[in-house]
Design a protein around this ligand. Structure first.
Ligand SMILES: C[S@@+](CC[C@H](N)C(=O)[O-])C[C@H]1O[C@@H](n2cnc3c(N)ncnc32)[C@H](O)[C@@H]1O
Length: 320
């Protein structure tokens, strides 16, 4: 793997390219082994129905899990209560977080946007009776909304899948009112582990799964810098741990996914992949499974005064 390919996970453009996006569209295809190149969520607009359906079910299964529901309540509780709040969720998937947002007292409307038309269809069908919710197909880097339309914008386990997070944060800034709130919640997926020892072979499966499912597993570590570059004023990140001990419902799916991926790439034999999956089952059966992922949430504000704009212009924006 070349250094240029390694840069795929970073926000810096390789020399000679004005942005990572131009680099991606003007260079030869990135080898399938490049970190993040396979993330299906990062290219959700172009997924076939079978893959999108499988991912939609995966999202709903994850969302229904009690510990994941508790995580959502924890990061959503950080939002300041605003009567009549107009809320946007960027990268809403099948609408799990948007449905929770709609249930927060004082929230007047929730718009969910996602590039995947299949996810949007699923979100609509799961929220048919809720007049507060609406879902639209669209990309977070070119939101289908005018300026200053929302009081709150949320990214929930989405920004790490967005190929150009700077553009997505810039768009969130644009559609928020001055004084509006941004909440970003994401996995620090580089911490995902099931290892119980240095050489635990199940870790290779989880690492393979993260590599193939998350475009940028290190994103939250640069979030503060990215938010500041977009013009936001951010509070310190808050850490949220996800632990499965004894039994497992989510982390074991990462072992399965990663083992299959390693077999598909011929890194391991199908026989070994089955053995690795069986090892995870054995740990669950014997109550010895352990898995952990650190998540983080960051609350930020679009300030009333934007550097570069005269104060009078900022005041005018605030009245819109
Ligand atoms: C892991 S899912 C999270 C979905 C939802 N927020 C949840 O927590 O269930 C990541 C989402 O990011 C979306 N996504 C990827 N690239 C995007 C982009 N450029 N703009 C907006 N959403 C994007 C995907 O379509 C997918 O729905």
């Amino acid at each position: 793997m070349t250094n240029a390919v390694r840069l795929r996970t970073g926000t810096e453009a390789p020399p000679g390219h004005s942005s990572y996006r131009t680099y991606m569209t003007t260079t030869a295809p990135v080898p399938a082994t490049a970190i993040g190149s396979a993330d299906p969520y990062a290219r959700s607009a172009g997924l076939d129905d079978a893959t999108a359906g499988m991912l939609a079910t995966r999202l709903e299964t994850r969302g229904a899990q009690p510990q994941q529901a508790a995580l959502r309540q924890a990061f959503l509780s950080r939002l300041p209560r605003r009567a009549g709040a107009r809320v946007l969720e960027v990268g809403c998937g099948t609408g799990i977080v948007a449905r929770d947002l709609a249930a927060i007292p004082g929230v007047a409307s929730v718009a969910g946007v996602d590039p995947s038309r299949q996810f949007i269809e699923r979100a609509r069908s799961l929220s048919r009776d809720d007049a507060v919710l609406r879902f639209e197909a669209g990309d977070g880097t070119a939101l289908p909304f005018g300026d200053h339309q929302f009081d709150v914008a949320v990214f929930a386990t989405t920004l790490c899948h967005v190929i150009d997070p700077r553009a997505a944060l810039g768009e969130a800034f644009r559609v928020l009112v001055p004084g509006g709130t941004l909440l970003v919640f994401d996995g620090d997926y580089a911490t995902a582990t099931v290892a119980q020892d240095r050489d635990d072979p199940l870790q290779a499966c989880v690492t393979a799964a993260v590599t193939r499912l998350v475009h940028d597993p290190w994103l939250v570590r640069r979030l503060r810098t990215l938010l500041a570059a977009a013009g936001f004023v951010a509070l310190d990140p808050e850490s949220h741990g996800y632990v499965e001990s004894g039994t497992a419902t989510y982390m074991s799916t990462l072992v399965d996914f990663g083992a299959s991926a390693l077999a598909q790439d011929a890194t391991v034999s199908a026989k070994l992949a089955d053995a690795l999956k069986a090892e995870a089952r054995d740990r669950i059966a014997s109550g010895t499974f352990f898995g952990h992922i650190a998540y983080a949430s960051v609350l930020a504000t679009r300030p009333y005064h934007t550097p570069g704009l005269p104060t009078s212009a900022t005041a005018k924006l605030a009245t819109n």
